[in-house]
Design a protein around this ligand. Structure first.
Ligand code: PML
Length: 273
């Protein structure tokens, strides 16, 4: 009886990574209760088996119990959308936002070239994210094939319905958007991170985003061409004496709840200066 009482109060980090013939296919993250662990595990398995790029040939599921007192928390970013006419304009918009956060042109060029060409190696996506020095443009992740996988984060169960309701009003009530927002929230909780840029490696998904603590989560309606299967994430960092390994440890291992409901701004068209 006592053992059961402990279990029902517990949380679990649930992580999935799938690959197809040796190449990264998909990943998913969650912090789930004891009661929802089985259902959520099956849902992640289903995702790996029904991915638009094919059925996974290898699926790794990791389940690990978490002590509730070890879970930090931070706010969900506010959300806005920039509407652009085409990829070139979308990337100009992303560049302007990154410049606003002080990311150097060299770092932006490095990020965009590597996202477009394959961050792991030419034509090959990375499983995690790139870490790029916001001033020098130098890639900092210890394993450039693997990258940094942000892990062990979720919305608190009590706030999930409210966040989905807010996303619905925004026309973005999709699991993909919720997951990207949660990941971006944790990334922005790391003081060394200046900004994030992401476009999907799923061929049919062309909307990407920029995120920073000051400007929030900014969706950009086109950051790549339909059919393009190369993409990923970049975290621009300014270490300023901070220890890189501690940043990586935080991003990869620190359990993190994302709290609150995002403030939403109406979509606006991008105007080049
Ligand atoms: C991904 O799922 O591959 C990244 C998705 C980023 C875009 C999310 C959004 O539409 O806001």
């Amino acid at each position: 009886m006592i053992i059961f009482a402990v279990m029902i109060d517990s949380f679990y980090s649930l992580r999935m990574h799938s690959s197809l013939k040796g190449q990264h296919l998909s990943g998913a993250e969650g912090i789930v209760s004891f009661e929802s662990l089985e259902g959520e595990t099956l849902a992640m398995l289903h995702r790996a088996l029904t991915h638009e790029r094919g059925c996974a040939t290898r699926i790794a599921l990791h389940v690990e119990s978490l002590a509730p007192q070890d879970i930090l928390e931070g706010p969900i970013p506010e959300l806005s959308t920039i509407e652009v006419d085409d990829v070139a304009q979308g990337r100009r918009a992303a560049r302007a936002l990154l410049r606003q956060e002080g990311v150097s042109p060299r770092a932006i060029d490095r990020a965009m070239q590597d996202l477009a060409a394959g961050a792991a190696s030419p034509g090959v996506n990375m499983r995690g994210a790139m870490l790029i020095d916001a001033a020098t443009g130098q890639r900092l992740e210890p394993d450039p094939c693997r990258g940094i996988r942000v892990s062990r984060m979720d919305l608190r169960a009590s706030g999930k319905a409210l966040v989905f309701e807010a996303l619905k009003q925004f026309g973005a009530a999709r699991l993909r958007v919720k997951e990207a927002l949660v990941l971006a929230a944790k990334v922005q909780a790391a003081p060394a991170v200046v900004a994030e840029l992401c476009w999907s490696d799923d061929p049919s998904y062309v909307t990407g985003y920029f995120c920073s603590r000051t400007l929030g989560y900014v969706r950009i309606t086109r950051l790549k061409e339909p059919g393009e299967a190369l993409g990923g994430r970049v975290f621009f960092v300014n270490l300023q004496g901070r220890v890189k390994e501690e940043l990586i440890e935080f991003l990869q291992r620190q359990p993190f709840w994302v709290t609150g409901v995002p403030r939403i701004h109406p979509p606006r068209p991008w105007r080049d200066e």
